[in-house]
Ligand binder design. Structure first.
Ligand code: C2E
Ligand code: CA
Ligand code: CA
Length: 607
């Protein structure tokens, strides 16, 4: 404790006041005296937020008694004096007086006339206790890593401010009690933490805290605009909340938040790494309709979520339609959680056909959600949510389990030698959990499915996320004998590095190229180049989204290995997929499409 402790001494007798001050002098504290209850109250007002660490109150004084004064102190529970420990000074040494003193919140009392040693001892002990209490309070309100206020402190502050907001007459609200909060979440913190280590992560949080603390929300406003009170708090992890007093104009608040997002993203040097801390910020202006702190924070959090959905690194102002969307999302999340647990997910299978042999060479498993209210839900409406909420892990486990079950089923129908392999899709965020390879291995062992029957499709973005981890995981999967496909090729940061450094067996050309191929020579050229490249790297090429005979012919002309798409078949449920494989697995396209007699050019002259 660096601050000198402050003791308020209230007694109508000047001699006693002086005597107490003299006795307490060696304690190295500040003593403030008052000759009456009224004077004491004035001293309390003067002290403001600093307050006192202890008050010694004479019980019997003309006018306001010590007891009355104690009551007045306790009146406003938020004022610092309300929690200041009190010691009563009294001449009466009877049980009743003692009880009265304690019932008025005394922590102690001293009987007059007092011994200097006794007075010193009791004051010292009270101050020591108070110092400890204050220290504990600071600890309870401070985030250890950054030294910022923590969630507990934020909640307390917001509660006080909301109460005040509601007690002001409506037209006075803006001017006197209005405020806004920014809900801030770093966009890439987990990746940084996982790939560069916690120490770097910690330093980044400290740097971010520092930038926020120096942020001036009215910078660039009219000169002489005073900087409003700003409190920076850390909720935990990479979540921060800024409280800004009197910033109540929505456009100004939004502009300030955008500026903050910009500031945070400026590069910072941390242990030889140059990092930015791109952040998404939700802005919420408090209004008296907020019934609780939780609601206020929830709104700001909702706006932050919208900022992330809109592409991250930006600020978004809350509006009420967002709340509805958030509720919808929450319901969806709860329902999906149950669906995963209750076995309401199922897989559809879309065949991939070789353009060289005209055979079905494998199936891609695509997840569906069979929901009583919503019907059969397509993955695009729940996979992104699952990725955001972490549900992607249990979901993927379920997909893996279902795919292996299907493979086992096909073993018994077709025999394992004639079972088509099944590809499952892997989301960027689930790829590099340390347990991923282990889980797949265990599933294969448990179901006795052979690794060459399982394939994995992943996009380039899952690799660029974390190159080293990806390299390790994919290497392990490859060593297990699992077929690896690079999905949606051409839509991400396609790079030679990816292709050269990772053990992919297959490149899947995104359907946007296939559908544009006929009209756009550039797309056709890209497909041709990809095919050549793949050939040189010893990989196969699958064209996605094949929808017409024209496209099929062109793909053949471009020497593409295989194709997938509605022309061949939409994704089918397990029964239909099984039948399709039984009936057309060995010769997919009917012979009339094939005018050539050699089997590996069965369709070249189709038309
Ligand atoms: P994707 O991996 O690119 O899967 C192919 C999507 O294209 C499928 O949509 C499929 O129905 C659709 N498609 C197939 N042929 C054609 C065609 O000729 N024309 C057109 N326009 N579309 C075609 P679906 O099943 O809705 O899946 C959408 C995406 O959801 C998938 O894209 C994949 O990224 C994701 N997904 C599906 N299942 C899973 C899963 O089990 N786990 C994960 N993590 N993601 C999944
Ligand atoms: Ca896929
Ligand atoms: Ca794809």
């Amino acid at each position: 404790m660096t601050r000198r402790q402050r003791v308020l001494i209230v007694d109508d007798d000047l001699t006693i006041r002086r005597w107490i001050c003299a006795v307490l002098k060696p304690l190295d504290i500040d003593t403030i005296t008052a000759a009456s209850g009224e004077e004491a109250l004035a001293a309390v007002v003067d002290a403001g937020e600093t307050g006192f660490d202890l008050a010694l109150l004479d019980v019997f004084m003309p006018g306001m008694s010590g007891y009355d004064l104690a009551q007045a102190f306790r009146k406003n529970a938020d004022a610092p004096i309300a929690s200041t420990p009190l010691i009563f000074l009294t001449a009466a040494d009877d049980t009743h007086a003692k009880l009265t003193a304690f019932s008025h919140g005394a922590i102690d009392y001293i009987i007059k006339p007092f011994e200097p040693q006794e007075l010193t001892a009791r004051v010292k002990s009270a101050l020591r206790t108070q110092a400890l209490v204050e220290q504990l309070e600071i600890q309870a309100n401070t985030d250890r890593l950054t030294g910022l206020l923590n969630r507990h402190a934020l909640t307390t502050i917001l509660q006080k401010r909301l109460d005040r907001l509601k007690s002001e007459p409506p037209n006075e609200i803006e001017r006197r009690a209005g405020f806004c909060i920014f809900f801030i979440d770093l966009d890439r913190f987990k990746v940084i933490n996982d790939s560069l280590g916690h120490e770097v992560g910690d330093h980044l949080l400290i740097a971010v805290a520092d930038r926020m603390s120096r942020f001036n929300p009215v910078e660039g406003a009219a000169p002489n605009t005073p900087r409003p009170e700003v409190l920076v708090t850390r909720l935990g992890g990479d979540e921060f909340v800024l409280f800004i007093d009197r910033l109540v104009d929505p456009q100004q608040a939004l502009a300030a938040a955008s500026r903050l997002a910009n500031t945070l993203d400026q590069p910072v040097q941390i242990q030889n790494q140059t990092l930015g801390a791109a952040a998404s910020i939700g802005v919420r202006i408090a209004d008296s309709a907020h019934h609780s702190v939780a609601e206020l924070l929830r709104d700001a959090d909702t706006a932050m979520y919208e900022a992330k959905a809109a592409g991250k690194g930006r600020a978004v102002l809350f509006d009420h339609s967002m709340h509805k969307r958030a509720v919808t999302r929450l319901t969806l999340e709860q329902d999906l959680t149950h669906a995963i647990a209750n076995g309401n997910l199922l897989l559809h299978y879309q065949p991939i056909v070789s353009l060289r042999t005209n055979k079905i060479i494998r199936f891609e498993a695509l997840v569906r959600w069979q929901d009583p209210k919503r019907g059969l839900v397509a993955p695009d409406s729940f996979i992104p949510l699952a990725e955001d909420t972490g549900l992607i892990r249990p979901l993927s486990n379920e997909v893996l389990r279902l795919a292996c079950d299907q493979l086992k089923h096909w073993y018994s129908t077709f025999g394992s030698d004639h079972t088509p392999p099944v590809n499952i899709n892997i989301s960027p965020r689930q790829l590099f959990g340390p347990e991923m390879v282990e889980k797949i291995q265990r599933q294969l062992t448990d179901t006795q499915v052979q690794p060459q029957h399982l394939g994995i499709e992943l996009t380039e973005s899952s690799i660029t996320h974390d190159f080293d981890a990806a390299s390790k995981t994919l290497g392990q999967l490859h060593d297990l004998g699992i077929h690896l496909s690079l999905d949606d090729f051409g839509t991400g940061y396609s790079s030679m590095t990816t292709l050269r450094n990772f053990p992919f067996n297959t490149i899947k050309i995104d359907r946007s190229f296939v559908s544009a191929m006929i009209d756009d020579r550039a797309c056709a050229a890209i497909i041709a180049a990809t095919t050549t490249l793949a050939f040189n790297l010893g990989m196969n090429v699958v064209a996605e989204g094949l929808e017409s005979i024209d496209e099929l012919q062109q793909l053949q002309a471009l020497d593409c290995d295989a194709a997938q798409g509605y022309l061949i078949s939409p994704p089918l449920d397990a029964v239909a997929a099984t039948r399709l494989y039984q009936e057309r697995g060995d010769q997919f396209f009917p012979p009339h499409l094939n005018t050539d007699t050699t089997s590996d050019a069965w369709i070249r002259d189709a038309g």
